[in-house]
Design a protein around this ligand. Structure first.
Ligand code: NAD
Length: 495
């Protein structure tokens, strides 16, 4: 990014971005644009991007189709080399990308934005290392026959991204798709597109034109057009469950491949032997308060055993009250801004609804102590206790810094409550007794269960949800093979 000036909130002129199609940085075919504001200041337009439509999708798909065959035909070492060079450049650009993430998404630099930018570089390095694993097998069919399989790319893949952690979600999709010989067209979220455009600027230096495209604009316009386009072989979607369900229906209609990473309402279960400050730290990570709760894997339902309920909650409240809500660009800030007014109102709506519920207790309300506010979309963390697992705040994804605390007594009871959700993305189990912990971990219906830790995402782990939280896995060797390749069987008669 050295050749490009990263916009600052103080900049008077918004950065006028173009999107990437066929190796060219272009406007929308009809010239329309949309404005991007920063969550730090609702009045400040930091960028304009093209507002792409169906014609732009046609152009991007045609360019991707032209490029994909040649890309797939390269020896794997060449794709590997390209990914390694991208990883090097991303590492160099990490601090700039982190600063832009803070401005673009409102995610705090130290707790979120910087780790997201660094994860991106290591994901490219990791998947470069897997380039030689795209192997087929041979059947022992005797000397008169050769029976072999090849792992071939799916083709042109659309990667549809949300706004909450754009670089991290791109890291789940892009390097795996590229190394396995696909072309990818990313659709950046309209609320936070700038880091994805900067990522593309780094990647295009090392990729043949058309292998990566980036489109910007609104979901129902450019997103829908991508999903419906017959030249898109697969849609890899991350976003809300409601949108994902429509995407799956549209892709299914034309029998395109699809994978979905959707919402969550993840349980976080604390056993009686885990009433310690160390566990409080891990539970705090699990809440994803440091990302304003805007995380699909947020452990937003905290199940505390009744024997340690009050003591653990006191510790947690004490710790949460020390968190600094502030300008996401400041190193001292723990919690930045919610993405926009609509999400802020939505979070507040859940809070108002919860506070009007009989029997609820407010264990912590950070709002009176908040020192920041307008023009940024700041929301203090809240901990609500004595919540019933059937209440709306315990069933629906709030996507804000709001934690529901639910007491429990018996192991079977807490497992049943944890699983009484249409979601199944993540779960957290805290118990020193490892038998108990692992038994519980295996009984929870979630795609990703963490034991005695709250934030241990690793490059190379399988990532994805059960139930309405999604279909398919990403970020791992298996995710790459299953999600971005297909098997071709070849049988040869040798006589
Ligand atoms: P969203 O569903 O509103 O939008 C996601 C993306 O889909 C955006 O780029 C949007 O423009 C696009 N889109 C919207 N309508 C479309 C359509 N009709 N066709 C094609 N694309 C369309 O989600 P969001 O508000 O950006 O993100 C928040 C949601 O994402 C939360 O529910 C969260 O749980 C989920 N999420 C899931 C994961 C995961 O890995 N499971 C990760 C991050 C976020």
């Amino acid at each position: 990014m050295s050749s490009h000036t990263v916009p600052t909130v103080e900049a008077s002129e918004p950065t006028a971005y173009r999107m990437l199609i066929g190796g060219e940085w272009v406007e929308a075919a009809d010239g329309r644009t949309l404005e991007v504001i920063t969550p730090i200041d609702r009045h400040r337009v930091i960028a304009t991007t093209p507002r792409a439509g169906a014609e732009d999708v046609d152009r991007a798909v045609a360019a991707a189709r032209r490029a994909q065959r040649g890309w797939a035909a390269l020896p794997f070492t060449e794709r590997q080399g390209a990914l390694l060079r991208i990883a090097d450049d991303l590492e160099d650009a990490a601090e700039d990308l982190a600063a832009l993430t803070a401005l673009d998404t409102g995610n705090a630099l130290r707790t979120q934005a910087r780790p997201e930018a660094l994860l991106l570089a290591s994901a490219f390095r990791y998947f470069a290392g897997l380039a030689g694993e795209l192997k087929g097998v041979t059947l022992p069919s005797g000397t008169d026959a050769l029976s072999l399989t090849r792992r071939v790319p799916v083709g042109v893949v659309a990667g549809i991204l949300p706004w909450n952690s754009p670089l991290m979600i791109a890291a789940f999709k892009l390097p795996a798709a590229l190394v396995s010989g696909n072309a990818m067209i990313l659709k950046a979220a309209e609320d936070a597109p700038t880091t994805i455009l900067e990522l593309a600027r780094v990647c295009e230096r090392h990729l043949p034109p058309g292998v990566l495209g980036v489109l910007t604009g609104y979901g129902p316009e450019v997103g829908q057009a991508l999903v419906e386009h017959r030249g898109v072989d697969k849609v890899s979607f991350t976003g809300s469950t409601a949108t994902g369900s429509g995407v799956a229906a549209a892709a299914g209609e034309r029998l395109a491949h699809v994978s979905l990473e959707l919402g969550g309402k993840s349980p976080c279960i604390v056993f009686p032997d885990s009433d310690t400050d160390e566990v409080v730290e891990q539970v705090l990570l699990a809440t994803r308060f440091a990302r304003q709760g805007q995380s699909c894997t947020s452990g937003s339902r905290l199940f505390l055993h009744e024997s340690v309920h009050d003591s653990f909650l006191d510790r947690l409240v004490d710790r949460v009250s020390q968190l600094v809500v502030g300008d996401p660009r400041e190193e001292a800030t723990d919690i930045g801004c919610i993405i926009n007014q609509r999400q802020w109102d939505r979070v507040q709506g859940y809070v108002d609804d919860a506070l009007a519920t009989d029997g609820i207790r407010v264990a912590y309300d950070g709002r009176p102590a908040l020192t920041v506010g307008e023009p940024g979309f700041y929301h203090a963390p809240m901990i609500l206790s004595q919540v019933d697992n059937g209440w709306r705040i315990a069933r629906e994804e709030i996507f804000g810094p709001v934690l529901s605390v639910i007491p429990w007594r018996e192991e079977d009871e807490v497992v049943a409550m944890a699983n009484d959700s249409h979601y199944g993305l993540a779960a957290f189990v805290f118990a020193r007794d490892l038998g108990m912990a692992l038994r519980t971990a295996q009984r929870v219906e979630s795609g990703w269960v963490q034991v005695n830790q709250g934030g241990g995402q690793q490059v190379g782990q399988s990532y994805g949800g059960m139930k309405a939280s999604g279909q398919g896995r990403e970020f791992s060797l298996e995710g790459m093979l299953e999600g971005f390749t297909q098997i071709q069987q070849i049988n040869v008669r040798l006589t």
